[in-house]
Design a protein around this ligand. Structure first.
Ligand code: ATP
Ligand code: MG
Length: 427
């Protein structure tokens, strides 16, 4: 291979797109702070078992999408396909839930990996920004995480999306539903795709949200979870809907929304894009409650609720809906233009000034004053230092104040103090 290319389904970020991505990261981090969450960072790889136990043996992620391998010690390791499992493993291992008797609100951000067919909004390495409330005691926390997602979308001024919610019940209610679905779908075997036929015995819920079969009438008419929910589950789901209504948050109940991860119980939700650019990969943010996962991964008996944004999809949504070009202030206070042969002088002055906390732009290959002025303007420098032979012979440099346009000579020994004063006066 002469021309190296990135692996299929990966993305190189740079320039304006990276600036926009960083803006989204910073915005969500800021909102995490508004909602009182603290960060957790866990490895990007875990023992594969962590994901099999959490996401589920029969899930698409584990059966088809996981990047796993044996390491040199023969351990079965997987690159994380999602964030929640690793976070809960870490919380359990470090006994974080035992350290306080109220819920833990944490967020994570980083790359996740899935072996999928790449397309716009679907990559093999992508980023998730996720939130978890662990050891939650209140069903209102379901509302809280939905509101958090809504706040992110509001602050980003996005509009072309909608919210779907569902209640998939406890394991007990759901098992009854699964049995009913198995019986129901076995009458339609000849109309199910091969994928769905495989799921019939392992995970019939996924037939409901299958992209093709899900649209067929007999699938739409399949038994609904609500017939199997307990009174308490129905009541909580009703309260969630009433709360959203009174906050004037639009939503649809989608009875086929089951989510692809096996650990969810009760509330699940998705914010779905309405942009053509994300057709087929339209879920920008998704999550729900998990009442057994913490214990399943070796922790205490406690419930959790959480969700994650897919940053790549949020980025497409953001860039399509807004024409803002985010500009991060990456200017320099001081620009050095060197006109003498020996570039070491400028290099050492730059080193000295940076040590005093000035942002200094110095490009040794630029040797012409006009070119230097242009660059200084582009970087919006407040001060230009010109190093010229006559002045250097007297241990001086020329200081040009870009605000007042005054030019003075300054002894190098006084340089940082003079700069400090000049920049202060310019403010
Ligand atoms: P989909 O149905 O689109 O495959 P999913 O159910 O697999 O989504 P989750 O596991 O809930 O998605 O992941 C949370 C979020 O991560 C998604 O809502 C989406 O925004 C994003 N996401 C999932 N898979 C990818 C991917 N391959 N590339 C980019 N973003 C992704
Ligand atoms: Mg998926």
């Amino acid at each position: 291979m002469n021309n190296f290319q990135k692996p299929r389904g990966t993305i190189d970020y740079f320039g304006q797109e990276l600036t926009n991505l960083k803006f989204l990261e910073d915005t969500i981090k800021y909102i995490a702070h508004l909602y009182g969450y603290t960060e957790i960072r866990t490895p990007i790889f875990e023992h594969t078992e962590v994901f099999i136990r959490s996401v589920g043996q029969t899930s698409d992620i584990v059966t088809k999408e996981i990047y796993n391998f044996l390491d040199k010690g023969g351990r079965n390791i997987a690159l994380r396909p999602e964030g929640t499992a690793g976070v809960i493993r870490a919380v359990n291992e470090n006994k974080l839930l035992q350290k306080q008797n109220y819920p833990l609100r944490i967020y994570y951000y980083g790359p996740v990996f899935r072996y999928e067919r790449p397309q716009s909004g679907r990559a093999r390495q992508f980023h998730q920004f996720g939130f978890e409330i662990l050891n939650t005691k209140e069903m209102m926390d379901d509302l809280d995480v939905i509101l958090l997602s809504q706040t992110v979308l509001n602050i980003l001024k996005l509009k072309k999306y909608h919210l779907e919610i569902n209640c998939i019940g406890s394991i007990e209610s759901r098992n009854k539903w699964i049995e009913a679905l198995k019986i129901y779908f076995s009458d339609y075997k000849d109309q199910l795709s091969n994928d769905s036929l495989n799921r019939l015995n392992t995970n019939p819920l996924r037939i409901l949200d299958d992209k093709i079969d899900g649209a067929k009438d007999f699938v739409k008419n399949a038994p609904k979870i609500k017939t199997f929910l307990s009174k308490k589950e129905l009541q909580d789901f009703e309260i969630l809907q009433q709360s959203l209504k009174s906050l004037k948050i639009d939503f649809k109940v989608n009875e086929s929304l089951v989510r692809g991860l096996d650990y969810y119980t009760d509330t699940v939700f998705e914010f779905i894009s309405e942009l053509d650019e994300l057709k087929g990969q339209s879920t920008i943010c998704a999550g729900g409650r998990y009442n057994n996962l913490i214990h399943e991964l070796g922790g205490i008996e406690a419930q959790g609720v959480g969700f994650a944004f897919g940053l790549e999809r949020l980025l497409i949504q953001y860039q399509t809906e807004t024409s803002n070009n985010i500009i991060y202030d990456n200017n320099s206070e001081v620009c050095i233009i060197n006109l003498i042969e020996d570039t070491f002088v400028a290099e050492s002055i730059a080193y000295m000034l940076r040590g005093f906390n000035f942002s200094v732009y110095y490009e040794p290959s630029i040797k012409k004053i006009t070119q230097g002025f242009k660059l200084a303007e582009k970087r919006q420098a407040k001060v230009i230092l010109i190093i010229a032979q006559n002045e250097i012979n007297n241990n001086e440099v020329i200081l040009k104040n870009q605000i007042t346009m005054e030019q003075t000579k300054v002894n190098i020994n006084n340089l940082y103090k003079t700069l400090e004063k000049t920049l202060k006066n310019n403010d």
